[in-house]
Design a protein around this ligand. Structure first.
Ligand SMILES: Cc1cc2nc3c(=O)[nH]c(=O)nc-3n(C[C@H](O)[C@H](O)[C@H](O)COP(=O)(O)OP(=O)(O)OC[C@H]3O[C@@H](n4cnc5c(N)ncnc54)[C@H](O)[C@@H]3O)c2cc1C
Length: 444
């Protein structure tokens, strides 16, 4: 494999620089789209063959939707469902509502709502944005090489070493694995999540479930068991045809060996775990579609002080793996991509000094936002009341925080986590840095 990847058609302008991205998950693809738009030539190395794209659904919050909209992501084609409310009721009596948050107006106000998508549809839409040739400002198509595992990265030099021994030199690398230079592994905590999809037709054919779902706008409908702290969350995706279900619970000793997006469990196991739940809710277990029920063990890791090393940036879950409490992991990665787009416009890949300054600005923008989101997501029930959480957040983030008992998707949390325009934040910081540089130059 050669640096810069293959010959360019003659009419294409020369790229400003060459970037290599390790991994074509949501974060890697978002970063690749952003750098393409900034005028860079991007090559993504993905170890899998994408034969089994990950199933189940994902919710994109307004901070991420803002970036997707700017890129022209086609929500209609991806059959994204507007997510308008979060309702939490009691596991033992589905009619007892404990918390209700409605944010339909908020989404409209910002022009970017909360959206729920099948993961495959989001992934496909991002791949299209990355790879489709375009005559406009979208830049040269990203090249994605499948079945190509990156084994080592020389972060300072920007050299990627592949599993087959070949090396690729890049001006900038975006790395989706540990790069700190010291042990900083993601570790499983004691929570696991069962995940499955059911047909909305099956749900609506059941009188009890029809009563629940026909009275609520599309959004999160969840049931909590306060005793076991289990949370059964549902929301619609793929044009409202599928219902996504996630059941968070404490990991059982017999589950430890099963992991990964494709690890399956039996319906009997889920029913036994959710024994306390009301029979009408448990009916959704037998409705699991042909993909079956999967288990995912949740991992966390300490926050990083920097996402940058040499010419390398770490993005996505490799930088800030988090619990899905605020449904914010992918959104914050898409936000980071917007930073890269702004910071790397008009930057030449051979200009090491400017690259280093821009990566420094990337850290200034992203360390506070990403670590806040991760630490808030990893606190119990997404609240700040847990001892030590605020102190930990304050090491990285000094902006406003919600009251200690604010729940995920409450107005206070939405304001801080989701009502954020990363394009504006990056453009402002860049303008500030440029004006400081000119003042210094004039003074000197
Ligand atoms: C149950 C659950 C529900 C969630 N719900 C939400 C939600 O509603 N909203 C939200 O915003 N977030 C949600 N998240 C978080 C979100 O899924 C993740 O933050 C996001 O998918 C991370 O994307 P990524 O690209 O960083 O990682 P991944 O999706 O893991 O992608 C990494 C890619 O890199 C490839 N790769 C890894 N190592 C190498 C290598 N050495 N060489 C080549 N390729 C490599 C892998 O094959 C993979 O394709 C949820 C997470 C979980 C577990």
């Amino acid at each position: 494999m050669e640096a810069g990847g293959g010959e360019q058609p003659e009419r294409q302008p020369s790229p400003l620089g060459h970037a290599g991205v390790v991994g074509a998950g949501i974060a890697g693809l978002a970063a690749a789209i952003a750098l393409r738009r900034a005028g860079w030539r991007v090559e993504v190395f993905e170890r899998s063959q994408f034969k089994n794209e990950i199933g189940a659904a994902i919710t994109v919050t307004p901070n991420g939707a803002l970036v997707l909209n700017r890129w022209g992501f086609d929500m209609e084609k991806a059959e994204a469902v507007p997510n308008l409310s979060k309702v939490i009721a009691l596991a033992t009596d589905p009619r007892v509502i404990l918390d209700r948050q409605e944010y339909a107006d908020r989404g409209r106000e910002l022009g970017h709502g909360v959206w729920s998508l099948h993961r495959v549809d989001l992934h496909r839409g991002l791949r299209d944005l990355a790879t489709t040739p375009s005559a406009d400002e979208a830049g040269q198509p990203v090249q994605i090489t499948l079945g190509c595992a990156v084994e080592e990265v020389d972060c300072e030099a920007g050299v990627l070493k592949m599993a087959d021994g070949q090396t690729v030199n890049k001006d900038l690398s975006l790395l989706l694995s540990d790069f700190t230079g010291y042990p900083c592994e993601a570790r499983r905590n004691n929570r696991s999540i069962y995940r499955w999809l059911v047909s909305m037709d099956d749900v609506m054919a059941d009188p009890d479930l029809r009563e629940i779902y026909s009275n609520e706008p599309p959004g999160f409908m969840a049931w909590i068991d306060p005793g076991t702290k289990m949370l059964w969350t549902t929301y619609r995706c793929r044009g409202g045809k599928l219902l996504n279900i996630a059941l968070g619970h404490q990991t059982q000793p017999f589950q430890v060996e099963k992991n990964g997006w494709h690890a399956q469990v039996s319906r009997e196991e889920v029913l036994a775990t959710a024994d306390n739940y009301h029979p009408s809710i448990k009916k959704m277990v037998s409705m699991a579609n042909e993909d079956g029920i999967h288990i995912h063990h949740v991992s966390t890791r300490p926050p990083l002080d920097s996402f940058v090393r040499g010419r390398t940036v770490v993005v996505g879950d490799a930088a800030h793996v988090m619990m899905p409490t605020h449904a914010a992991g992918a959104g914050i990665s898409i936000e980071s991509a917007a930073s890269l787009e702004v910071l790397f416009r008009e930057v030449n890949g051979k200009d090491s000094s400017t690259i280093s300054c821009r990566l420094n600005l990337f850290d200034k923008l992203r360390i506070p936002r990403c670590n806040l989101t991760m630490l808030a997501s990893n606190s119990k029930m997404g609240r700040l009341r847990q001892p030590g959480v605020v102190d930990e957040i304050r090491k990285f983030y000094h902006g406003p925080l919600p009251p200690p008992d604010a729940l995920p998707y409450s107005e206070a949390w939405r304001q801080i986590l989701f009502h954020h325009d990363e394009y504006r934040a990056a453009e402002e910081l860049l303008a500030q840095a440029s004006s400081q540089k000119s003042t210094l130059a004039e003074g000197g």
